[in-house]
Unconditional design. Structure first.
Length: 580
């Protein structure tokens, strides 16, 4: 230990910058067992300590320089506020060692089998890099199904010429074990304040489990609405809930985060103030009177972001209530900029600062992949409209009530039982995160053709969409195919053959229509055309009377919205998506 200097947090941060600027360092000093996680990047812990030590005038460090304790260097980094996680292959090995007796041949057999599978997937082009870096339970579950179907020879899935999996020493039992390990997640997530113990028996994420818990807690939401909300979160971590005041926007968001989180520190409900004119209410600011201090917001927004970075295997949620009481672009601009990029938000310059609780505040912070933003929106004379920049980056979900919704509410027992929701879905949190990390888009030609039709009409009023929106529509439709379940369509009477249209309908409503607004002279003709696009057969259609044959409505959600907008503009001379 004599070679190890007095290393501070700021030394570690400078060492990370050095490693970032010199990729060759990683190759020379790679880590076999652990990684340091910072700003969603992984670094070899001993290398980071070694570079920090050299910055302090010391020598290059090896693991042996820390004495007999192999855990000491990781404790040093942990005490400085950094997150250390075990590599996936090492986690799998440890998992197997807890499953089988010491010296069991199954352990080495399973590890070798998974190595072989990784090689097969790499050669086939389905996977780049080690299989032990992949955490997509859904991907491996589908692969396991193929193993069971094809049994002895399924390699035709991966190769143009057949080759037996048996020739590579692969068998389905090892894949089952790996899936079991992924579902269980990491046993412990390191955190400065305390250690969060993860449940070993993580489960596959389903929306049905959440709706069942809602029913037990005496909360009622239309299952289609719940599916739209949750699927939107999985597809893009920024969702806006818009609609009638008192229709349950905040309550649904609150119910979901309490259901899926295992600790209250994983979410914040933050009321937006009408006086928010800059980012300080969310990100704080450097103390102008004390060069070592940083003032953090009382609502815990910055703390939530830092906790999310330190615990990448847990979901975190920020609920911004009444988000449009102030101009969103004024206080949320930094978030909008980094949400889709690898850029970071600069908090301050100069020496490292700490907050009043003694926690070190980094100079920059990146968007954590496990942080989800839910904004609730009411439209009245006290609020502001959203700009296209905001709407482009969010899924907008409208809350409306009909007679059946209110009737169902009247039949519910008195009192909401939030205790029936609290932590009930925590065993599915890993599956929820996995789905959000592995979002893919549909290649369905029907969907693409419909997008082109709507783009053509929306462009006529300046409400056309760009590549980002088109990409998110394709992803949302694909995610709906994984997450929805047959019961959600029963209320609308959707036939099985029409389910793809219902998914397209949801995407149109949430991603294509929200920017739509204008005067009567500008928008009436476009609304008429868009309404007709929502019909199977628009011949002889009279928009004044509306479509009387329900079976002729191809996109019922979008159709109803466009008809409200049409009647609104006829009556008032102006209409917008937010108010119709």
């Amino acid at each position: 230990m004599s070679k190890v200097r007095d290393i501070k947090r700021e030394d570690i941060l400078k060492a990370i910058e050095i490693i970032n600027s010199n990729p060759e360092l990683r190759k020379k000093r790679s880590s076999s067992t652990y990684d340091l996680i910072y700003n969603n990047n992984m670094y070899p812990p001993i290398l980071v300590l070694s570079e920090a030590n050299k910055l302090k005038g010391g020598e290059e460090l090896l693991l042996s320089d820390f004495g007999n304790s192999t855990e000491l260097p990781f404790k040093i980094l942990h005490d400085l506020g950094f997150n250390i996680v075990m590599k996936r292959k090492s986690q799998f090995k440890e998992f197997l060692e807890n499953q089988f007796p010491e010296g069991s041949g199954a352990i080495s057999s399973y590890l070798q089998a998974m190595d072989n599978l990784g090689e097969l997937l790499n050669q086939s082009g389905q996977l780049k890099g080690s299989i032990y870096g992949i955490e997509d339970v859904q991907f491996f579950n589908k692969l396991l199904e193929e193993v069971k179907i094809y049994q002895k020879d399924i390699s035709s899935i991966l190769y143009s010429k057949p080759k037996s999996y048996a020739d590579r020493g692969f068998y389905s039992a090892s894949l089952s074990k790996y899936i079991e390990m992924l579902s269980g997640g990491v046993k412990k997530v390191v955190r400065k304040e305390k250690t969060i113990v993860r449940d070993k028996d993580q489960e596959y994420f389903t929306i049905k489990a959440f709706t069942d818990s809602l029913e037990k807690s005496n909360l009622y939401f239309d299952p289609v609405l719940v599916t739209r909300f949750v699927t939107s979160l999985v597809t893009k971590p920024f969702v806006l809930l818009n609609g009638l005041s008192g229709s349950g926007k905040t309550k649904l968001a609150q119910a979901f985060v309490q259901w899926i989180c295992q600790e209250e520190t994983q979410y914040r409900i933050i009321p937006v103030g009408a006086d928010w004119t800059n980012r300080e209410p969310l990100l704080g600011y450097p103390d102008g009177l004390n060069a070592t201090m940083y003032v953090t917001p009382d609502n815990g927004a910055l703390q939530l972001m830092l906790d999310a970075q330190s615990n990448p295997n847990l979901p975190f949620f920020m609920i911004l209530d009444e988000m449009n009481l102030s101009h969103v672009e004024r206080y949320f601009a930094d978030f909008l900029s980094v949400m889709e990029s690898n850029d970071s938000i600069k908090l301050y310059t100069g020496d490292v600062r700490i907050c009043s609780e003694g926690r070190g505040i980094p100079q920059t912070i990146q968007w954590p992949n496990n942080l989800f933003i839910i904004g609730t929106v009411n439209i009245d004379e006290t609020t502001y409209m959203f700009s296209p920049k905001v709407l482009d980056r969010a899924n907008v979900i409208e809350f409306r009530l009909d007679v059946s919704d209110l009737g169902k509410y009247f039949s519910l027992p008195n009192g909401v039982k939030f205790t029936e929701l609290k932590c009930e879905g925590k065993r599915m949190s890993k599956g929820f995160l996995t789905m959000s990390e592995k979002v893919t888009k549909t290649s369905d030609k029907v969907v693409q053709e419909e997008l082109l039709k709507f783009f053509t009409e929306l462009s006529k009023v300046g409400a056309e969409f760009g590549y980002r929106t088109a990409n998110e529509v394709l992803k949302l439709i694909n995610q709906l195919s994984y997450l929805d379940y047959p019961e959600i369509y029963q209320k609308e009477g959707v036939k099985k053959k029409d389910i793809i249209n219902y998914r397209i309908d949801i995407a149109i409503m949430q991603k294509l229509l929200p920017k739509l607004h204008g005067s009567r002279s500008k928008i009436v003709k476009v609304l008429e055309t868009l309404v007709e696009l929502c019909l199977i057969n628009a011949k002889d259609f009279d928009i004044i009377q509306g479509e009387q044959n329900i079976d002729n409505i191809k996109y019922p959600i979008s159709y109803a919205k466009l008809m409200r907008m049409y009647h609104n503009v006829i009556a008032n001379g102006f209409t917008s998506y937010a108010e119709a």
